[in-house]
Every structure is written in structure tokens, then in C-alpha cells.
Design a binder for this molecule. Sequence first.
Ligand SMILES: O=P(O)(O)OC[C@H]1O[C@H](O[C@H]2O[C@H](CO)[C@@H](O)[C@H](O)[C@H]2O)[C@H](O)[C@@H](O)[C@@H]1O
Length: 256
Amino acid sequence: MEAIVNDPAGAVIGLDFDGTLSPIVPDPAQAVIHPKAPGVLAELGARVRAVAIVTGRPAATALELGPGLADVPGLVVLGHYGFERWEDGRISAPPPPPGVPRAKAELPLLLESLGVRGVSIEDKRRAVAVHTRRSPDPEGTLEALREPLAKLAGEHGLVVEPGRMVLELRPPGMDKGQALSLFLAERSARSVMFVGDDLGDLAAFEAVRASGLPGVTVCSGSAEVTALAERADIVVDGPDGVVALLEELVSAIGGT
Ligand SMILES: O=P(O)(O)OC[C@H]1O[C@H](O[C@H]2O[C@H](CO)[C@@H](O)[C@H](O)[C@H]2O)[C@H](O)[C@@H](O)[C@@H]1O
């Protein structure tokens, strides 16, 4: 943290979206960014080398659920675990993987055959996510789905990304760690902070360590995921705690 405060012009600040900037809610479509997050990120964006949101969401969805984010100076959104990039109002991405619509088409029958209830499907075009948070037994249902979804993913050239009451079928070849490493190199970062809450953020934590830069990893803590807190330098209390930490950082850096 000291390196960031002493030399903010060289700092890259990476943040996850759901569970970090946006509180977890039962319905993914109803998620909304913490009301103070766009403001504090704008303050930060004006002071550091770059602010990047690295998320499993499509970049456009993160921006829709985060009104005000598009005004954060220099913001880059690396969506779909880094496959997609939003910057200056433009999105760039490789063509959507053909395995995703095929797997999605098979999902309803598979879920019916397994007899699982209260499960919802989120079509993200470049990936398809199966959510169990609103099922009568979210954890049990998640466990019951692990193997069949891994098989389905394999049949269509996809991998399963596990998350908070969600299993996502997505293309292989990119993760938040690779996305962050590439971004750090691109921006010639001299220090780095990454803030996350979920298993998919572990790769970004590893990228912080592997970068060899002065770096700090921050966990947006929850009772649901403990693996991240165990590996973080700092643990804060969910998105409220993340916003408070970012406010402290802005104030420690001082005026622009
Ligand atoms: O990388 P992230 O920004 O953390 O995105 C990961 C997944 O987040 C979303 O699901 C999670 O948040 C939902 C809304 O709070 C919650 O209902 C769900 O249980 C969580 O898993 C999103 O829906 C997924 O597409 C993202 O991949």
C-alpha cells in the first residue's frame, strides 16, 4: 500500500465487480453497484496510472449495473475474465465460442433429468452460468451439479468456472490472473492492488505476487468464501469495507 501512496502515478488498481463493488443479491439481474463506488473510483482514477474492473460479467453488463462507472477517468473493464475489453466507450472481443449456445441448448433437459429445483440460467453469450442461490438447497444443488456440468462443458470445449452459488460454463484460455498480468505489462505498472471476493479472483492474487511489483491483495470478505481471505494481505467487510478502504487510499494519496 505504501508504494501506491508514494507513487500513485505508477499504480494499477484492479477490482472485481460482484461481491466486491456490488453487494451479492439473490437475482444476478438485480445487482447494482455500491452507491459510493463510482464516486470513489473516479477520485482514484484521477490519481493513479489505471483503474481496471476485472470481472466474469460481460463488460457491458458491469457498466449497466454500475451507472457512473463509464465516467471514471481512464477506466478499463476486462469482462468475461479478460476475454473482453471495454475502454473509451468501445468493446473489443474475440468471436463468441460456438460451444456456448450448444451447451446452453442442452441445459434445460439436463437440469430436468437431475431433478434440481430453483436453479436459474444466466445467458452471457460468451458463457452460460447456472445459479443455485435461489434453490431450496443452494449448496447441495451446487454440489449435485458439479459433475454433470463439468461433463457437459467438456463435451463442448468449455470449462467450468465455480463461483458463489454458481457454476459457469465458459471457454478456456483466459483467467483473471492472465488478464491482470497482461494489463500490468501494458501499463508498465510500478505497483498494483487487486480487490476480489471469489475463487475466480485467486488467479489475480497470484498474478499480483508473480508480477514482482510491490503489491497488495484485498479480500472483500464474506462468510460464503473463506479461501480468498486466507490468501489476502487485507480483509475488509464486503463492498462497504471495499469502498471505505478506497476512500482511505484516496485520502492518503491526497490532491490531484
Ligand atoms: O467476477 P465477478 O464480477 O465477481 O462476477 C462473478 C459472477 O457474478 C455474478 O454472480 C454472483 O453475483 C450475483 C449477484 O449478486 C449472485 O446472485 C450470484 O449468486 C453470484 O454468483 C454473475 O451473475 C456471474 O455471471 C458472474 O460470473
